[in-house]
Design a binder for this molecule. Sequence first.
Ligand code: ADP
Ligand code: MG
Length: 639
Amino acid sequence: MSEQGAQKHSFQAEVAQLLHLVTHSLYSNPEIFLRELISNASDACDKLRFEGINHPEYYENDPDLHVRVSLDKDNKTITISDNGIGLTQQEAIDNLGTIAKSGTKDFMSKLSGDQKADAQLIGQFGVGFYSGFIVAEKITVESRHAAADVADGVRWISSGTGDFEVEQINKASRGTDIILHLRDNALEYLESYKVKQIINKYSDHISLPIEMQKEIWQQEEAAEGEEAKPGQMVKTDEWEAINSASALWTRNKNEITDEQYTEFYKNVSHDFDAPLAWTHNRVEGSTEYTQLLYIPSKAASNLFTREAKAGIKLYVKRVFIMDEADNLIPNYLRFVQGVVDSADLPLNVSRELLQESRDVKTIREGNARRVLTMLDALAKSEDEKDQEKFKTFYAEFGSVIKEGLGEDFGNRERILKLLRFSTSTNDEVSTSLADYKARMKDGQKAIYYVTAESLSAAKNSPQLELFKKKGIEVLLMADRVDEWAMEFIHEFDGTPMQNVSKGAVDLGDLQDAEEKKALEAAAEQFKPVVDKLSDSLKAKTQQVRVTTRLVDSPACLVTGEGELSPQLIRMLKQAGQAVPESKPILEINPEHPLVKKLEGSNQFDDLANVIFDQAVIAEGGLPDDPAAYVKRINSLLLK
Ligand code: ADP
Ligand code: MG
């Protein structure tokens, strides 16, 4: 930068657009500017602490990090100062004039018009600085980077329209002053009680002191016989902390109110809603750490996309290290938000290092166990509120935790206990595996379930006909993840789990000897038809056999034990994966008139193919050649 004084720069187009938006649509919740600027000041101190590990000289003679808020009624300014890392001139130009991340566009696309929710968003997309313009007609930033000389400070000035000016200044103290020249409709922020209130509301948990000048009450003594003079608050030279200034998670549980936990959650997660539940523990032992983990009350919209990010922030001995520390929580709990503070990891830990660390593995396991235990307690609680919370949790995250059945063998039992299903006799998603077991019929030896593409397809699946007739309850599973996840589960609490669309049905003692005999007889009698069918459908099925599982339908498809179901195959194909070709088994109902018609039919081939295609349709698929199917049906109808 030259010595010629101020240089004009234009804002990046997106910034100009954003600024317009900020000042025109967030004005109903203006106080958030303070939260954002204090959060930036706190980040700047975190950065100094982090860089100071390798550069102790950065601290100069000013080692106690703090944020100071000062009010100047005469000049109508509010100034937020920090002695953090500071900005170089180039950084001021880059960071306050452009938006590096794709932040703006994302931010603008998420705006809902609900000002409260929108104001919450602003911090999330790396555009918090600009919220200063909600209350300020002009912002002056004066800063000096910890590594820069006193003469190499920078002043940045803008009135938040098209451009900003930058010039070199002398700045004795390290760090940044953000000076807001308040608009006339924002003068209430010159009142210290008001500012203190806002700091308490939003920034109490910030781990460094946020200070304001101490005020004392001054009242002149009235002379004899005179009326008492009005007193006033007068600022002193002393600074006092307004917030508690200790990182929330380092405090004692019973000193923290629910409101404080909630506000902290909103801050770390950028979620506007209160959390459903949280767990806060200091873990001691070979690996020492503190965990403060929250369950949100709503799933993020990207939970099932590749963009989903872990919500855990990592601190090492209270120094902020990184966001989105995905090594600290298993993937199936990626919706959990919060903080982990480790006493054992090195401060310069990198993501690569995290991957290999044994301590990290211990922490991850500890986090998973805690979250699952907390959920279990909610599920078991007699308290109606807790039960309501568990329901909400399950509706939002039930299908995510199922991924854990395949991912986290150690916690399988814990996860299984949390699962809830609707069943062939109960639509509500409320039946646990234990509930199901308790309702099993005498002589029933397995937990039966059916997987399908939708709940109604599961409920009306031909494979359930016999179960319905015999009054045996079947669990219905229609989440995309179900079939994959259930592959890993062979039993629950000593009782085998059986997918009724896989393999032959074995109802064990629920089927009496007579029924079994009848089946054998039917199989014998139908052998010629079955053989002919096998021949006719050779290209489409691996086997044709007689079954007793059907009551109303002529036929159904079954998957061989240990093979992929047609539905899973469809799913994998849609996802663009190569799938080994495997043909289903066709089971026919010897009691069905259509099947009986096969014997001696002179349209055997058409009928056989129609029966097969209908079985495909019944379980949610499409015939391989729909036109041929229609043609066959029509030809049969005309007869
Ligand atoms: P974010 O905080 O998400 O990065 P902001 O719009 O709040 O987005 O801030 C933009 C950038 O401006 C910050 O990333 C930082 O580089 C810089 N900045 C803002 N305030 C300060 C400050 N007090 N000290 C140092 N840098 C700051
Ligand atoms: Mg910020």
